[in-house]
Every structure is written in structure tokens, then in C-alpha cells.
Design a binder for this molecule. Sequence first.
Ligand code: SF4
Length: 391
Amino acid sequence: MTQVVWDTWVEVSTETARKMGVANGDVIRVTSPHGAVELPAYVSASLHPGAVAVPIGHRYAPFHVPRYVAAYPAPTNPLALLSGGADPASGGPLFMGVRVTLARTGARRPLAILQATHDQDHREIAQHIDLRAAREEALRGKKDEPGHGAISMYPPQHYPNYRWGLAIDADRCVGCGACAVACQAENNVAVVGKAQAAYGRQLHWMRIERWAEGKPEHPENIFLPMLCQHCEVAPCEPVCPVFAAYRTDEGLNGQVYNRCVGTRYCGNNCPYHVRRFNWFNWEIPTPLEVQLNPDVTVRQLGVMEKCTMCVQRIVAGKDHARDEKRKVRDGDILTACQQTCPTQAITFGNLKDEGSDVTKLAHAPRTYTVLEEIGTRPSVTYLKKVVRTHA
Ligand code: SF4
């Protein structure tokens, strides 16, 4: 919900923050009858003024590293606020319902917040539709694939065998982030640490955007998993001086690591901000190297990277289908994000197959593509969130 990475923070309402004179990153001392912790503030418009919220289970600080011990002198583990007793009804640890007081410390510990705003500013990146309108549209039935009726200066692209695509249902997405973690594990995506993440150098190929619509104190939250859109008319490709970004005849936007010279023109020209640059040779300390996926290249300093739609799984799926002397069909290939999503919000498949689930979703009444007006014709389509408007 907050898009804060690393650290633990104390979420305070806008009203409380104004009364205390604190802003994001100002350290607050939170005291309960059982203990106290000092945490940076995260100001929230939607939290009740009489409540604070502290996430449990995050990484507070790597205390084996001396410079962090100096930077985090006060206890930051929120479990110190709890009694440690058992809940009488369930027998589980008593996590909730402790009364706390807050005090400003005057210190600052800025948070790494990956999304600067939750306001779409009328850009309609994450779209929603009223339940009644969604029903009416469903009755009207199938529609053209979004963006594909637009006039283009470019010749139409032909796909001799497959055209891979993803459909993401914003109505099913609960913003849990499991898909982003699965992608990171599958594709050997490096962990960059708090300082680099705060500097905008995070490497995740997927991010879960949260957009808030309506009144700030009661927003309608829409979660939008964002990844390379594998555009048919990809803005990243013509600006690459060495043709490292190119389009495959299966509709994937490929990236040749060996050719990339790190100019980052492609990243600057991507309207979706989904290309990631390796500023360093990231550390993979022992024993973490054993979790690296041997089917995926470990990228190095100076190379641009982004979602491949799990191309290693596509290759394996095609090999399997070829051995059985048939074409790939639904279920042969699952991308890591799709496989992990608990609500089955993500569907992968062949857009050339009229009967595939992804093709049906690409023509569904609720379907749209992000920034359709710029004519990139993405292979990733989204289904609008369905909301109930109260008259
Ligand atoms: S795993 Fe599924 S529900 Fe969770 S954030 Fe990703 S798409 Fe949304």
C-alpha cells in the first residue's frame, strides 16, 4: 500500500502528522506499556486519526554491519511494543490492539519510497468501471484488441507462429506483490539495497503500482502490476544505437545483453518506465548464489534489463510441444508471475490462437492498454477494476 521498501515505519494520519509537525521520514518515538521504538513516519491520508500502524516482519537494519548499528541506535523492532502474550481466543501471538503514545524525536531517517504519488492526475493509467456499466459492456460482447485500430506510420507486424501476450485483471489484483517476488527469484534480479532503491535504481522487472481514486480519506485503490509492455511499436527500439533492443517475430521485445553498451536511451524513451539499468556488479553473497536460476543470465555492470515474459519458460514450453508434435497450447507455459499470483489475475498465452484465454481477455469488454493514445500497441492488456459507485 505504501510502496516503502526496506525499514519499518510508523504510519500516522495526515491530521496527527500536522498536529505533531512531522513529515515523511521524521523519527517518532512510539511507546507502549511494554516498550518503545523509534521509527520514521509515513504520513497517510486514509488512516484513522486515532490510530497508527506499524508493519511487522520487515528488515529493520543489518545489525551485523557496524555502520548500520551507528545509523540505527534505537530499537526499531516493533515487536518490542507488544506484550509477547498469547491471544486468549486463538492462542496465537497477540499482535493487535496495543495503546501507544507518540513523541517527536527531532531526528530524520528518510524512507525509500518507490512511488512518488498515488494520484493519477487524470492520466487513466489504472482504469476502473462501474459495476452497472461493466454489465452493460459485457452484454455488448467482444471488442477489438485495444490500440490496434489506430493509424500508424509503421508497417503491420507479422507473426509467423506465435505472438505472446499477457492479460492482467486489475479487478482480481489485491496488490500482494507475490508476482514481483516470483519474477525476482525466477529471473535472477539483484537486490540493490535501501540507498540505491531510494535513488531510483531498483531492478525489479515488475512493480505493483497503487493508484488512489476518489476522496483521499476514502480512496478506491487500484493496483496495477507494471512490467515491460512488449510494445508492437516499441519506443525503446529505434533509439538503441547498437540494436540491443529488438522485436522478435513472436512479439517479444528482446534485449541482447552482449550488445548493450549502456547508453540508457531505451530506458529514457520508455513511456512505461520499466527498463532497469545495472549501475554496479551487484553482490550475490554466499550461499545466495545457489538460488540463481541456471536458465537465466546474471547481468553485469552497464547492462539494461527488463521483463522477458520468462523467455526461458517459453523456450522450454515450445520444446515440450515440439516433442509432442503439436503447437503450444494454454497451460504449457506459465510465467513466474502468473504461476504465483494467488488470485489468478495474470494470464499468459498465444495471441494468435483465437481460442486461448489471453486472446479472449484481450478482446473482453473491460480490456484496455495503458497509455493507448501514444500508439505503442502493447502485448500486455489490462482489465479495468470493477467498482460499486454509491449514489
Ligand atoms: S500476485 Fe496477483 S494479486 Fe498479487 S500483486 Fe501480483 S497480480 Fe496482484
